[in-house]
Design a protein around this ligand. Structure first.
Ligand code: SF4
Length: 370
């Protein structure tokens, strides 16, 4: 958890064991822990005072020892296709993003009731991928587990405040991808605690198979994640199928070159018995050549993985271009011809700043020039 001397720990990073130990240590009955967790993760309250079935004395004890600091909505952008991008303001005034993507059609083309939230793990990012708006900002800090968890809870509060989304009492978010701002595996301990809260029956109760961790290629942490018992889904942001191309656009590759990354992915697959997804952003003239198709085909067959192609979504102040539809189709067909299972991402939110980090980047410029 984030170590802060000036700010008490946020309640929304507690797990069941800690809640039980804490409350029994204060002399309360064991069922109080269940009530507390319910207020935090099922009802998503914004303050300790709203926990009306907890005794006043317990609420005072909680308020004296912990914080409960909900994310504040700084801005929202709604796309005509239903995608909503949120810009959240944290207690220290930093800004982070989450994107809600309601899918009526799944990746395989079937009907889907998946409502995905793309969640951030850090403020900014240290990894400096050349195509990424988050990388442009540099690294500011890790998010605390509570700040990761509250992105999902804040969307539920937003939905209640709007009175929209007629899905009854079901939670709005039923699928999570750790694919927003930051490299999730570089914030490993906070990530793991947040995933535990997402997944646990006392938490948000979202199945591990509906939780995806996406990484730019931190090989040692992939191996650590392989040792956890949960079946979290792993996606690799590959974006280059040879070291030469990857070195150019993803500095992480110089630390963990492709062979090291792919062998960590094999260890993950072996431990979990689950298929990995490879994400590949197509950038015009950078990673769309025939040699990349062949190298990507070899890697995909070695991993027996699916490849998701994503035509580059241009970012202001980055001089990289989106390839034409013809190049995207050629790349897809050539991979398909090699026997690789490949899809082209159905684009969402193209009328808003949906690429990771863009809304924050634009908002920061706007706020700083205001
Ligand atoms: S793509 Fe991911 S790892 Fe790379 S700079 Fe952006 S947020 Fe960081």
């Amino acid at each position: 958890m984030r170590c802060q001397t000036e700010t008490p720990r946020d309640l929304r990073s507690l797990n069941a064991e800690e809640a039980e130990d804490l409350l029994s240590g204060w002399g309360h009955k064991s069922y109080r822990a269940k009530q507390l967790l319910g207020w935090l993760y099922k009802k998503s309250v914004g303050s300790i005072d709203e926990m009306t079935d907890l005794p006043q004395g317990l609420r005072e004890q909680l308020a004296a020892s912990f914080a409960l600091q909900p994310l504040k909505l700084a801005r929202e952008q709604c796309s005509v296709d239903g995608t909503v991008k949120f810009l959240w303001r944290l207690e220290d005034d930093q800004l982070i993003e989450s994107v809600l993507i309601p899918a009526s059609i799944g990746r395989d083309g079937s009907q889907s009731d998946r409502r995905t939230l793309c969640v951030s793990s850090q403020v900014g990012c240290a990894y400096g991928c050349k195509f990424c708006a988050s990388g442009l900002m540099g690294y500011k800090r890790n998010l605390d587990a509570s700040e990761i968890v509250d992105q999902v809870l804040a969307v539920e509060r937003w939905r209640l405040s709007k009175g929209t989304w007629s899905i009854g009492s079901e939670p709005l978010v039923n699928n999570i991808v750790m694919m927003g701002m930051g490299e999730p595996l570089a914030n490993y301990d906070n990530l793991l605690r947040a995933l535990e809260i997402f997944n646990a029956p006392w938490g948000l109760n979202i199945g591990a198979r509906k939780i995806t961790v996406s990484t730019s290629g931190l090989a040692p942490q992939i191996r650590r994640l392989a040792e956890t018992p949960q079946q979290y889904h792993l996606a690799i942001s590959l974006h280059g199928a040879t070291d030469a191309v990857r070195d150019k656009i993803m500095p992480i590759n110089r630390k963990y070159p492709l062979e090291e990354l792919i062998s960590a992915c094999e260890a993950y697959q072996q431990a979990k018995g689950r298929m990995i997804w490879v994400e590949y952003i197509l950038i015009d003239g950078v990673n769309t050549g025939l040699e990349q198709v062949e190298a990507l085909g070899d890697l995909a067959k070695r991993l027996k993985c699916k490849v998701n192609l994503i035509p580059y979504n241009p970012v202001d102040s980055i001089q990289l271009k989106r390839p034409s539809d013809g190049i995207v189709s050629q790349f897809r067909d050539a991979l398909h011809h090699l026997g690789v299972r490949v899809t082209v991402r159905i684009e969402k939110g193209t009328d808003i700043d949906a690429a990771c980090g863009q809304l924050r980047l634009k908002s920061e410029k706007k706020f700083s020039s205001a």
